[in-house]
Design a binder for this molecule. Structure first.
Ligand SMILES: NC(=O)c1ccc[n+]([C@@H]2O[C@H](COP(=O)([O-])OP(=O)(O)OC[C@H]3O[C@@H](n4cnc5c(N)ncnc54)[C@H](O)[C@@H]3O)[C@@H](O)[C@H]2O)c1
Length: 282
């Protein structure tokens, strides 16, 4: 791999597993040093140990402001600076009908998926503004771009991530900081294994379910999302800010349910469709 992040320092929340772990590994392969931030101490420490001096681990709950602030401060103290903040930690959260959704489950879901992004942007900006540079990424979702692709609270929170990204980008742009988000479609991780089969280790079930709906004939992998994060974190994206990069192989935002209405071989005719061929034509 190349050195597209040579000399850079990144903090990745939810960095111990799934998309976060894949991104930490890719960033390190591209020359960055990473602070792995997660609630899962065992996995996070194992990953950091595996990567040697290129990584360190900080346990933090991304819903707690003091935890996020201290993870950012530790990154600057131990790794020297903060060039890229990746707000990625997440859970599926509350599922089921709106009438059965409790306020507690709603609030917990919104805290993990949206308050965390607010806190991550706020505290990254605190150290990046004096630096005059930096990139902030957050993991939204296709469920943050279109309704109907996730549970209600998840959908609301991820729409919030896309909105907050666009809202903050012009303000921080004046300080040389770019702010973007990524909207992955179904990606094979513990989260989708759980959604597909009620078992976070059932990645085969996630693979089959997501892959069967993808126009590219395979599901999304963490490396696909890590590659998008690398692009947005690197100087290749020097003029990209406020964006939401959809990474779904056209299977969700521009496919799936939409294509059911207008299949390529549909034969709609009449006042709202193609006019019928004139009698005797052909
Ligand atoms: N997998 C997908 O198909 C998919 C699609 C769209 C968006 N996403 C988003 O991608 C992100 C990563 O998801 P994933 O699929 O890699 O899931 P994952 O379960 O593999 O990893 C999530 C990580 O976040 C950590 N985490 C959870 N709550 C935390 C908290 N309060 N504080 C600190 N760490 C916490 C977990 O310990 C875990 O290591 C999430 O924001 C998710 O919503 C995933």
């Amino acid at each position: 791999m190349g050195g597209r992040l040579e000399g850079k320092v990144a903090l990745v929340t939810g960095g111990a597993a799934g998309i976060g772990e894949g991104t930490v590994r890719r960033f390190v392969a591209e020359g960055a040093r990473c602070m792995v931030v997660d609630l899962d101490e065992e996995r996070g420490r194992t990953l950091a140990d595996d990567l040697g001096s290129a990584a360190a681990f900080a346990r933090a709950d991304v819903t707690v402001e003091e935890d996020v602030a201290s993870a950012v401060d530790r990154t600057v103290a131990e790794l020297g600076r903060l060039d890229c903040m990746f707000n990625n930690a997440g859970i599926l959260g509350a599922v089921g009908p709106i009438v059965g959704t409790s306020v507690e489950a709603w609030d917990t879901t919104l805290a993990v998926l949206l308050r965390s992004v607010f806190l991550g942007i706020k505290h990254a900006a605190r150290v990046m503004i004096p630096q005059g540079s930096g990139t902030i990424l957050s993991t939204a979702s296709t469920a943050g771009v279109r309704a109907g692709l996730g549970p209600h609270a998840y959908t609301a929170a991820k729409h919030g991530v896309v909105g907050l990204t666009g809202s903050v980008a012009p303000e921080l742009g004046r300080h040389g900081i770019r702010v973007n988000c990524i909207a992955p479609g179904g990606t094979v991780t513990a989260m989708t294994a759980y959604a597909a089969a009620g078992d976070p280790t059932a990645t085969d079930a996630a693979y089959a379910r997501i892959g069967s709906r993808s126009p590219l004939g395979r599901p999304g992998h963490v490396d696909d999302i890590a590659a998008a994060a690398l692009f947005l974190a690197s100087d290749d994206a020097a003029y990209v800010s406020g964006a939401c990069l959809v990474v779904d192989a056209a299977s969700e935002v521009h496919g799936a349910m939409v294509s059911r209405w207008f299949e390529a071989d549909s034969e709609l005719v009449g006042p709202f469709g193609s006019p019928p061929a004139p009698a005797g034509a052909g």
